[in-house]
Design a protein around this ligand. Structure first.
Ligand code: PLP
Length: 372
C-alpha cells in the first residue's frame, strides 16, 4: 500500500545525518530538533501553536482534555472513520454521537450533524477523511450557531487547503478551535515510529495543552491538572524536519497518481472514482478510494491479492455497529450512506513512489476482474 523504503532512499543522506546528530548530542527527549520542527510546522500550516505529542490518538484525546470537556458532554463525529476518533471520546467518558457521512466525499454530513445536536452537545469532530477536506463552511457555521467547539481530526489531511466560500484559504488543522494529527509512518507526513501533534490558534488553550502533555505541569513539580505523558522524541522530530520541506511535493505526487488512476477507470460503469469537491488543493489523497457498484467488492479484494496487488478496505464495519460503541439511540435508518460504503469501498496502493507501470498493472487487473 505504501513504499516507505523507496521514499527513504531518496532522502537517506539527510535523514541519516539528522538522526546521527541527535544520537551524538544525546538530547533524545525535548531536544532542539523538537522545538525546531514545531516552529517549522507552525509556519507551514499558518497556525499559531503546534504542540508535538506521542501519536495521533493522544493528540485527539489531549485536544479534548484541553477544551475541558466533561463526562456526559456529547461529541458528534463521523460514523465512517478510524476508531481512534470515537475511542478517545468514550475514554474520556464523553458521549460519542455518530452521524452519517456524504456519499461523494466520505466526510461527515453537516445536515446529519445539525439533526444530532442536543442541549448536551459540546463539540463536533470532522475528519478530513482520505485527505479530502470536510465541508468546513457548513461545520463552522453550525458550530457558531450552537456555540460548539470544532476539533479537526487532520491525521489524513495534512497539507490540504480548504477554500472558504468567501475565498479565504486555510490549511486543514488551522480552521477549528483545535486539531489533531498523526505522524504514523504511512500518513502523508510520516516519521519512523510514532508521533503526533495538536494545533491551535488559541494562546490560552495552547498553554493549557502544553501542561497536559507534560503530566499537568506548568511549573516544575507543580501538577495543576491531571495530565498525561505524551512526547514526540527528537529522532522522530529530526526525520519530520527532513520530510516537511518535501510535503507539498509528496502530496503533488499522490495527486498525480490519483489523476492517472482516475483516467484509467474512465468509462467503467462499475467503478466510481473519488470525487474532488472544492479546489484541487483540497485533497491530498491519503487514500485513493473507489466505490465498486454491481460487482463483488470482496471478490475483487481476493482477486487483487492473488495478483500480488495490495489493497485495503477502509473501513469494513461502521463504528455504530462496533461492539464497543453500540448505543441504543442509534437507528439503522440514520446511517444509509455508511452502511452502503462499507460494502463498496476499496483503497488502492497510494504513495509518493507509484510509477506508471505499477498504475497500469493495478488498473488493468481491476478492469479484467470487473469485465470478466
Ligand atoms: C491514523 C489516524 C489516527 C490515529 O493516529 P495514531 O498516530 O495511529 O494514533 C486518528 N484518526 C485518523 C482519522 C487516522 O487516520
Amino acid at each position: 500500500m505504501v513504499d516507505l523504503k523507496g521514499q527513504y532512499e531518496a532522502i537517506r543522506e539527510v535523514v541519516d545525518r539528522s538522526i546521527a546528530e541527535v544520537i551524538d548530542t544525546t538530547s533524545f527527549i525535548n531536544g532542539p530538533e523538537v522545538r525546531a520542527f514545531q516552529k517549522e510546522l507552525e509556519t507551514y500550516l499558518g497556525v499559531r501553536h503546534v504542540i508535538p505529542c506521542a501519536n495521533g490518538t493522544d493528540a485527539l484525546q489531549i485536544a479534548m482534555m484541553g477544551l475541558g470537556l466533561q463526562p456526559g458532554d456529547e461529541v458528534i463525529t463521523a460514523d465512517f472513520t478510524f476508531a481512534a476518533t470515537v475511542e478517545v471520546i468514550a475514554l474520556l467518558q464523553l458521549t460519542p454521537v455518530l452521524v452519517d457521512v456524504e456519499p461523494d466525499t466520505f466526510n461527515i454530513d453537516p445536515e446529519a450533524v445539525r439533526k444530532a445536536i442536543t442541549p448536551k452537545t459540546k463539540a463536533i469532530v470532522p475528519v478530513h477523511l482520505f485527505g479530502q477536506c470536510a465541508n468546513m463552511d457548513a461545520i463552522m457555521d453550525i458550530a457558531r450557531e450552537h456555540n460548539l467547539y470544532v476539533i479537526e481530526d487532520n491525521a489524513q489531511g495534512i497539507g490540504a487547503t480548504y477554500t472558504f466560500e468567501h475565498g479565504k484559504k486555510v490549511k486543514t488543522g488551522a480552521i477549528g478551535d483545535v486539531a489533531a494529527t498523526s505522524f504514523f509512518p504511512s500518513k502523508n507526513l510520516g516519521c519512523y515510529g510514532d508521533g503526533g501533534a495538536i494545533f491551535t490558534n488559541d494562546d490560552d488553550l495552547a498553554h493549557v495543552i502544553r501542561g497536559i502533555v507534560n503530566h499537568g505541569m506548568y511549573e516544575r513539580y507543580h501538577h495543576d491538572v491531571v495530565g498525561v505523558n505524551s512526547r514526540l522524541d527528537s529522532i522522530q522530530a529530526a526525520v519530520l524536519r527532513a520530510k516537511l520541506p518535501l510535503l507539498d511535493a509528496y502530496n503533488e505526487r499522490r495527486k498525480e497518481a490519483a489523476t492517472k488512476y482516475t483516467a484509467a477507470f474512465e468509462g467503467e460503469d462499475k467503478i466510481v472514482t473519488p470525487v474532488l469537491v472544492g479546489e484541487p488543493d483540497s485533497h491530498v489523497y491519503h487514500q485513493y478510494t473507489l466505490k465498486v457498484k454491481g460487482a463483488d467488492r470482496d471478490a475483487l479484494v481476493a482477486f487483487l491479492g492473488a495478483h500480488d496487488i495490495p489493497c485495503g478496505v477502509y473501513y469494513p464495519i461502521p463504528l455504530h455497529r462496533q461492539k464497543a460503541y453500540l448505543d441504543k439511540r442509534y437507528d439503522e435508518k440514520d446511517f444509509p450512506v455508511t452502511n452502503k460504503l462499507v460494502e463498496e469501498v476499496i483503497s488502492l496502493p497510494m504513495h509518493t513512489e507509484l510509477d506508471d507501470e505499477q498504475i497500469a498493472y493495478i488498473t488493468s487487473t481491476i478492469k479484467a476482474f470487473i469485465n470478466k
